[in-house]
Design a protein around this ligand. Sequence first.
Ligand SMILES: O=C(O)C(=O)[C@H](O)CO
Ligand SMILES: [Mg+2]
Length: 260
Amino acid sequence: MPRFAANLSMMFNEHPFLDRFDAAAKAGFTAVEFLFPYEHKPEEVAQRLERNGLKQVLFNLPPGDWNAGEKGFAARPEKFDDLRQSLHTALPYAEATGVRRLHMMAGIADRHDPKAVDAFKKSIEWAADFVGDHGIDIVIEPINGRDVPGYFLNDFMFARDIITELGIPNVGLQFDIYHCQILHGDVTMRLREMMPMIGHIQIAGVPSRNEPAGEELNYPFLFAELDRLGYDNYVGCEYRPAGDTVAGLGWFKPYAGVKV
Ligand SMILES: O=C(O)C(=O)[C@H](O)CO
Ligand SMILES: [Mg+2]
């Protein structure tokens, strides 16, 4: 049975960020993920995890000026110093929370520009080497162009090929089922093919990005497929609740309280 991590950037927005940990645990989650913890001190985040018995399964490296449209640096050759700095900023949070996976965003760049591709590979190599001694993996995630126009990594097969080419043991694919369905469809076959390189999975309803229930995708089938494929990490609930977070957790009831 899959284990689910609440995404605290999207869920439990009824509460201030640090209080979302308490709300997630109360609702039956045993793990959390979020985009960015950087407005809070590492020890404040760690304390919320500890007092709720929660596991931190993922967060993102600092992406630059998010509100100005920056979505990471990895494929931007002129931003390599920022990329390196983002790793230095994230590390104390990783150490405090015990997270084992960091999402490195690629940024806005042209996937067909060889300089961007080279920069992306160089960033992956540098980041994986930097966190490798700490037992941490780097994951990269294809994102659909409707949500993030101009995003460099907008193709699952391209991501697969880069991961295969680099062959770095602590680099994996962040397989967000929501993005896969929008970009390509054929989700089950792509999960089957890419499972050996998948480091993290995320879900949301398509097309709404609300609860993973009742729209274009048959999530109960996909959850059973993850079991058949032997996926044994957490599944991140990266969705925007349609209304109150807890009122929308009907889909989650059979899975509440399950730990890895
Ligand atoms: O947008 C997503 O799907 C993500 O997982 C990123 O971390 C944030 O853009
Ligand atoms: Mg995602």
